[in-house]
Design a protein around this ligand. Structure first.
Ligand SMILES: Nc1ncnc2c1ncn2[C@@H]1O[C@H](COP(=O)(O)OP(=O)(O)O)[C@@H](O)[C@H]1O
Ligand SMILES: [Mg+2]
Length: 431
């Protein structure tokens, strides 16, 4: 019907490697299949971190009765027909590898009812062989149960990671797909306990449900590349979720690039969208990485979106480390260890790194930003230089005009601030 086995010339172009090495990989592949099938509800159940079983149920389009036995064949897919399509992939899957790989190393039960049919079909497989096929009553959609992963490969089974590690991996994975598919409801149940329950919502609501308030929205668009980033600074540790056309990606360089732009203690959720032909998805067997056809351009659009403030600062009221408003009283407290500048601005006490502050100011003055960071650094005030009160005031005045007052050109935070009430409460004092 819709599912076909890919011809060898296409198979040979697909980046090869193990698709399924852990229960987390199983969940990833099954959830991607549910999302590709346009599900609006995905329920994942696991036991022993997925080592005993993984069940994924969805309300997507279902599998046509004539395809149900084909889907476990190697390279059988409904998402790709020829190699040309490899350059414009918009589905998560395209290689027809997952159900084949999973079914051959587990006891698998696949149930599916196609949306135009009145009944569903169930397939029971053992190590890739169909043991039983029968008609079953069920609602439209698909359910896949994977029991005893690697039961037939004892060495692989023995070397699986701890159940807790897998459980955490699975939760984090679902978090990712939930962030990129806010319209889909997700539930995660482990040993009968609900670990995650998300209703269909929009992007902002989804981010709020998972991480709470306090995000700033930074946006940019150029040459068909669109970037939207939700950013919250001054977190305990930095964390970023990056999506390219809704696919979670883990490109190391991209992560580092973003970390440098936003600073180290930042939680960021970055959505990058561009026409499918500009992204090569077929570079990693598990599709963890993508390659951009115009990488420099993409990085440039990201840089602009994340560092050049426009009118797009949304939730600035929530921003915990927001620069002070104009007109607030400034009181220079002094300098510490010839390295830190201490200033009270309004109700906050600020600790600035004098070098980074001066560097940022120089940097934003430069007409050419490309190689600017080095020049800005060389001409900046150094650690160890004593400063007069008027110099400090001057720097603070300049700081308030910066487009990015939070981090130096290399991404390190420029200041730390603390609310006066926090200090006063420690000494039981009101002013
Ligand atoms: N949850 C699902 N809902 C509908 N169809 C599915 C589902 N899971 C798998 N399929 C069908 O089985 C085929 C094979 O799946 P898979 O082995 O993951 O390969 P791929 O996703 O790369 O096509 C898919 O192309 C799709 O037609
Ligand atoms: Mg798939």
């Amino acid at each position: 019907m819709f599912v076909k086995v890919l011809p060898p010339e296409v198979v040979s172009k697909i980046s090869a490697g193990e698709v399924v090495e852990s229960p987390t990989d199983v969940v990833k592949e099954l959830v991607e299949n549910s999302l590709d099938a346009k599900a609006t509800e995905v329920v994942v159940e696991i036991s022993k971190g997925g080592k005993r079983y993984v069940k994924v149920r969805d309300n997507g389009t279902g599998i046509h009765p004539q395809d149900i036995e084909k889907v476990i064949l190697r390279n059988a897919t409904s998402k790709l027909e020829d190699e040309k399509q490899l350059y414009g992939i918009s589905s998560y899957g395209f290689r027809g590898e997952a159900l084949y790989a999973i079914s051959s190393v587990s006891l698998m039960r696949l149930k599916s009812r196609f949306f135009q049919e009145d009944t569903g079909y169930e397939l029971i497989c053992e190590a890739g062989n169909v043991r039983e096929k029968r008609e079953v009553g069920m609602s439209v959609g698909t359910s896949v149960e994977v029991h005893e992963l690697f039961f037939n490969m004892p060495a692989r089974r023995r070397f699986l990671r701890k159940a807790d590690t897998e459980k955490r991996g699975i939760k984090r994975l679902l978090l990712s797909y939930a962030l990129s598919n806010p319209g889909v409801g997700f539930t995660l149940i482990s040993e009968g306990r609900v670990l995650l329950e998300l209703k269909s919502e929009d992007y902002e609501e989804r981010i709020g449900s998972l991480f709470g308030e306090g995000f700033e929205l930074l946006e940019g668009e150029e040459s068909g590349i669109r970037v939207r980033a939700y950013v919250r600074r001054n977190e305990q540790k930095s964390e970023s979720f990056i999506f390219v056309n809704s696919r979670p990606v883990f490109n190391r360089n991209l992560k580092e690039f973003i970390r440098k732009l936003l600073g180290y203690k930042t939680l960021s959720i970055l959505y990058i969208e561009m026409p499918p032909f500009m992204v090569e998805q077929n570079v990693h067997p598990k599709k963890h990485e993508v390659r951009f056809v115009k990488e420099r351009k993409v990085l440039e659009v990201i840089r602009k979106a994340l560092t050049e403030k426009g009118d797009n600062l949304l939730y600035s009221d929530f921003l915990s480390q927001e620069p002070p408003r104009y007109g607030e009283e400034v009181e220079v407290v002094g300098q510490l260890m010839d390295a830190l500048v201490v200033v009270r601005i309004g109700e906050y006490l600020y600790f600035f790194d004098q070098h980074l502050l001066s560097e940022r100011i120089n940097y934003e003055r430069l007409p050419q930003r490309e190689e600017g960071a080095q020049i800005a650094c060389r001409s900046a005030i150094k650690k160890g230089e004593p400063l007069e009160t008027h110099q400090i005031l001057e720097m603070v005045k300049e700081w308030r005009k910066l487009r990015n007052p939070h981090v130096c050109p290399h991404g390190r935070p420029i200041y730390y601030r603390i609310h006066m009430s926090e200090i006063l409460s420690k000494i039981d004092r009101n002013l």
